[in-house]
Design a protein around this ligand. Structure first.
Ligand SMILES: C[S@@+](CC[C@H](N)C(=O)[O-])C[C@H]1O[C@@H](n2cnc3c(N)ncnc32)[C@H](O)[C@@H]1O
Length: 283
């Protein structure tokens, strides 16, 4: 095997071990261009050089930087508008009727990247302020990438990012223009919390979430890793909760403890309604 091939294999293996993400063949051969920033910052000129540096203990941050650069963080506000319309018209109202007594709704955006998905949900609630008066709406956004989570916490978006999916009215109502880019207003930010978290590990609050969004994340896992991830999501979701995957991920949750909800191709509910809930079984 050529030295470059070995280096690419080692780098791809590192990504897979830490995040579960499997590099496509096409992306493997573009590793050099994907890692341009890391190469520049560390004065690296080839994949083999990178491999050598990765073995040096003083480069302790380098493995994480490499892994984060290889992750696909593509996201934008209201990605798949029809799904957000369905959330607003049917799913959130259905959750609200279940939670009418305690007046608390918990949502987890798992694999939230730089925060646009979680903030889009917050906008849906903020647009109906009177409806949610007296309710505790909590939205948790998590991602394995610390770089993505840092941006999500700052809620700062470039002019390019802010124009993707948001629309002018929402942009002017919920974001403030800064010298460079736009920042979400405080009332929106207060509804959302961001934490770094690997979805292959136990969920932040087992059995707590009324709605989990995990869109366009499982796509890059192999079958076994997908099953591990779904098991963790199953532990995180409330017995009566909903799981929303990405548009092309509808078939992924088969045989995973979730049953399809006919309202959307990518919508699921716990198959056993809680009887065999893994979080409980383990308790
Ligand atoms: C393509 S983005 C999707 C973002 C958003 N959910 C959306 O649909 O617009 C996938 C995100 O999943 C994150 N991710 C990948 N593997 C992960 C893991 N094991 N745990 C948590 N997040 C992960 C990536 O860092 C990336 O930000």
């Amino acid at each position: 095997m050529a030295p470059d091939e070995i280096a690419i294999g080692v780098i791809a293996g590192m990504l897979e071990r830490q995040t579960g993400q499997v590099l496509t063949e096409e992306r493997k051969w573009r590793i050099g261009s994907v890692l341009t920033g890391v190469f520049r910052e560390h004065g690296i000129t080839s994949n083999q050089d990178l491999l050598v540096l990765l073995t040096q203990p003083e480069q302790s941050r380098l493995p994480q930087e490499v892994v984060e650069a290889l992750l696909n963080n593509e996201t934008y506000f209201f990605r798949d508008q029809a799904v957000f319309d369905k959330l607003a018209s049917d799913i959130i109202p259905a959750i609200a009727s279940l939670r009418e007594r305690r007046k608390r709704i918990s949502i987890w955006c798992c694999g939230c990247s730089t925060g646009q998905e979680a903030l889009s949900l917050a906008v849906l609630f903020a647009e109906q302020r009177a409806r949610w008066e007296g309710w505790d709406i909590s939205i948790l956004g998590t991602d394995v990438s610390s770089r993505a989570i840092d941006q999500a916490r700052r809620a700062e978006y470039s002019s390019f990012q802010i124009q993707r999916g948001l629309g002018v009215t929402r942009m002017l109502r919920f974001f403030e223009k800064q010298e460079q880019g736009w920042t979400a207003i405080d009332s929106l930010r207060r509804m959302v919390r961001f934490e770094q978290h690997n979805l292959l590990e136990p969920p932040p609050f087992p059995g707590n979430f009324d709605l989990i969004l995990c869109r366009n994340v499982l796509l890059y896992f192999d079958d076994a890793t997908r099953r591990r991830a779904l098991l963790q999501l199953r532990k995180g979701i409330a017995d009566e909760g909903w799981l929303l995957l990405g548009g092309g991920e509808g078939k992924i949750a088969a045989d995973s403890g979730f049953a399809a909800d006919k309202q959307l191709v990518s919508l699921f509910r716990p198959a056993d309604g809680g009887a065999g809930h893994p979080a409980r079984a383990a308790a």
